[in-house]
Design a protein around this ligand. Structure first.
Ligand code: SF4
Length: 359
């Protein structure tokens, strides 16, 4: 039923369908590109557009991306892999005023002034972004081979320069942000940059802030760190923990961390969810050859923790990964010798309650 309603809404009623993320969300990482979604979903032509470090929100890239949507060609988006629902500005506005938009796009947040301008095909947004993804600090307390080849606990001078640019952009947009996601490419409870941000997320500095979505490996998330990092942690309403294993041996192999410590923290987060202190509690598993055997026990772990979602994702290739051979590990690819086993396990778990299998 939900799918049917969404399919009807997705018809190009009252104008071409646009991507709401390009009008509401920004990645703040100091890289100098306007990225409203996953950067991998944007074409190489997009990254050739001139950038203006100081005004990303209404800069050349943002304007051209929005114009391509009004024109209906989405020429800068890899539409074959993008997973975002596109709707006409009229339908977006209608859903906003009915209070339904946040259920369809929980990953972002909207501003009525910007929605209004979209109905007139404006590419310059009068209000700042309402959602930001903060990332770009790669420091972390562990070194998962699927992400990096060495432990990164310090920054080079060029990293510090990038973070200074990111901080400037964050300060510029702070007063409009109602939702913030961090981090994604480093550990938010470990890096100095993010730890300082938590201390700085006050009502004075971020008057509209309502919600933080925390992406974490969970090893440092406990009652003490939540207290130490207030007031920012008071806004943490959604937690998603990357684990990639359902047992301690596999965890040691794929993440190198202390599984018992993680379990202790996970059960503490479970209590936050049960008391209603946080709204969603999700755990995540990137499937590859080395942890395929641990999928079933991960589903069981999710059941014991009472999580809202147990998410399985495909293993993507990154620069500087610690995994020696991507092909050997990418068991979700149809030409992998163990792909049949992968499909069997996937079919066994994908329809279970609260399991989301994206891989
Ligand atoms: S790639 Fe998808 S999510 Fe990204 S801007 Fe284009 S339509 Fe939106």
């Amino acid at each position: 039923m939900k799918k049917l309603i969404l399919s009807i809404l997705c018809l190009p009623l009252f104008g071409k369908r646009v991507c709401p993320l390009a009008f509401s969300k920004i990645e703040i990482s100091g890289k100098g590109d306007f990225i409203p979604c996953c950067g991998d979903w944007l074409t190489s032509d997009y990254f050739k557009i001139e950038k203006s470090d100081d005004n990303l929100w209404n800069g050349e890239q943002a304007v051209k991306l929005r114009a391509s949507m009004y024109a209906g060609n989405l020429s800068y988006c890899k539409t074959d892999i993008c997973q975002t629902t596109l709707l006409s500005p009229f339908i977006l506005s209608l859903l906003y005023f009915l209070g339904l938009l946040r259920y369809i796009f929980p990953q972002t947040s909207f501003n009525s002034k910007n929605l209004w301008k979209m109905n007139f095909k404006k590419t310059l947004m009068p209000a700042p972004p309402s959602m930001a993804v903060l990332q770009g600090d790669f420091r972390c307390n562990i070194a998962c081979p699927s992400c990096r080849s060495t432990l990164i606990t310090t920054n080079k001078p060029e990293d510090e320069e990038r973070l200074a640019r990111a901080q400037h952009l964050l300060d510029q947009n702070a007063r409009g942000l109602s939702k913030i996601q961090l981090a994604g490419d480093g550990e938010a409870f470990f890096t100095k940059w993010h730890r300082e941000q938590f201390k700085n997320f006050t009502k004075e500095n971020f008057p509209k802030l309502k919600e933080i979505i925390l992406y974490t490996n969970g090893l440092l998330v406990n009652e003490k760190s939540f207290n130490d990092l207030r007031p920012g942690t008071d806004f943490v309403k959604n937690i998603i923990i990357s684990i990639d294993a359902g047992d301690s041996e596999t965890y040691k192999l794929v993440r190198g961390g202390d599984f018992n410590l993680l379990l202790k923290n996970l059960y503490w987060m479970k209590s936050l969810r049960e008391s209603g202190r946080i709204h969603t509690f999700r755990i995540c598993f990137v499937v590859r050859f080395e942890n395929l055997h641990s999928v079933i026990s991960f589903v069981e772990l999710g059941r014991k923790l009472g999580v809202d979602q147990t998410i399985f994702r495909p293993f993507n290739s990154w620069d500087n990964m610690g995994v020696v051979s991507y092909k050997e590990q990418a068991v979700h690819l149809s030409d992998h010798p163990r792909h049949g086993e992968f499909l069997e396990i996937k079919n066994q778990v994908k329809s279970l309650p609260r399991v989301v299998f994206e891989a």
